[in-house]
Design a protein around this ligand. Structure first.
Ligand SMILES: NC(=O)c1ccc[n+]([C@@H]2O[C@H](COP(=O)([O-])OP(=O)(O)OC[C@H]3O[C@@H](n4cnc5c(N)ncnc54)[C@H](OP(=O)(O)O)[C@@H]3O)[C@@H](O)[C@H]2O)c1
Length: 252
């Protein structure tokens, strides 16, 4: 089976993160032209080096800078992308930010940032990108959610509820834009062995594995494969409004 991403433009937010960079790499290796959104120039250089070391041709990569807590930044980056490349075929909202702490201990800015990055930013990005998908009469969107949206939640009140909002938003938008040939889905990872989850893994010792049917943590590749599956019309052409759990069967 072919994924058919040749010459497709794929916009990935949070591209410099461990899961985001894997998603970018896998799309490039499938022939896509990848537009990574990043916010930090040093991290961009590390990201490009990592892609190169892992076999990516950097001629297929067109990075743009935007801070996802700033609406104007997002809008101007996407306007520039559409001016310079004309279209976005696939959007992956992968940027995320979590502060794991009891709700009453969170600073106001930590609450705002978690809502802005996990919930509001994907909405703003989608609004800008959907306009061009409407004109092109098609497109695919995959939002990265989290198992905390529906399962365990102590210490991640704001993060988990922002991701829950993103999952519901995914389903409602899928209903609204389906008639235009646009599919909108979500991937909901469990504990993935990345920097973001190291505190949780350390604190939970092996408890989390015991609550996970497959008795292991996931990898960025596990998440990336699910994203490519949902983003391809060849593999998932009749799937929309779906939340695909990639969590090894956590808390079944
Ligand atoms: N790791 C897990 O166990 C796990 C589990 C469930 C869900 N997830 C979700 O999976 C996605 C990727 O997670 P990850 O593990 O790859 O985390 P990560 O390595 O921390 O990556 C997060 C990405 O989001 C970007 N980002 C954060 N704030 C931003 C802002 N204001 N503007 C622009 N970009 C911003 C980061 O940019 P910088 O590189 O500049 O910091 C980074 O590229 C997230 O949505 C996360 O919620 C992860």
């Amino acid at each position: 089976m072919y994924l058919n991403f040749n010459h497709k433009y794929v916009l990935v937010t949070g591209a410099t993160g461990e899961i985001g960079r894997q998603i970018c790499l896998d799309f490039i290796l499938e022939g896509a032209l990848v537009i990574p959104l990043y916010r930090n120039d040093c991290k961009k250089e590390k990201f490009l080096n990592w892609l190169k070391e892992n076999g990516a041709n950097l001629d297929s990569v067109f990075p743009y800078k935007a801070d996802l807590t700033k609406r104007d930044d997002i809008k101007s980056a996407i306007n520039r992308i559409l001016k310079e490349h004309n279209k976005i075929d696939v959007l992956v909202n992968c940027a995320g930010y979590a502060v794991e702490m009891p709700f009453l201990m969170l600073e106001d800015n930590q609450i705002d940032d978690q809502i802005n990055i996990n919930y509001l930013a994907p909405m703003i990005v989608m609004k800008e990108v959907l306009r061009s998908m409407f004109i092109n009469k098609g497109g695919n969107i995959v939002n990265i959610s989290s198992a905390t949206a529906t399962k365990f939640g102590r210490g991640v009140s704001v993060y988990g509820s922002a991701k829950a909002g993103l999952e519901r938003f995914t389903k409602i938008i899928a209903q609204e834009v389906g008639k235009k040939g646009i599919r909108v889905n979500s991937v909901s990872p469990g504990v993935i062995d990345t920097d973001m989850s190291q505190d949780l893994i350390a604190r939970g010792k092996n408890n989390i594995k015991e609550f996970t049917a497959l008795r292991k943590y996931g990898t960025p590749i596990d998440v990336s494969k699910a994203v490519l599956f949902l983003a391809s019309d060849d593999t998932a052409g009749f799937i929309t409004g779906h939340v695909l759990n990639v969590d090894g069967g956590i808390f079944l």
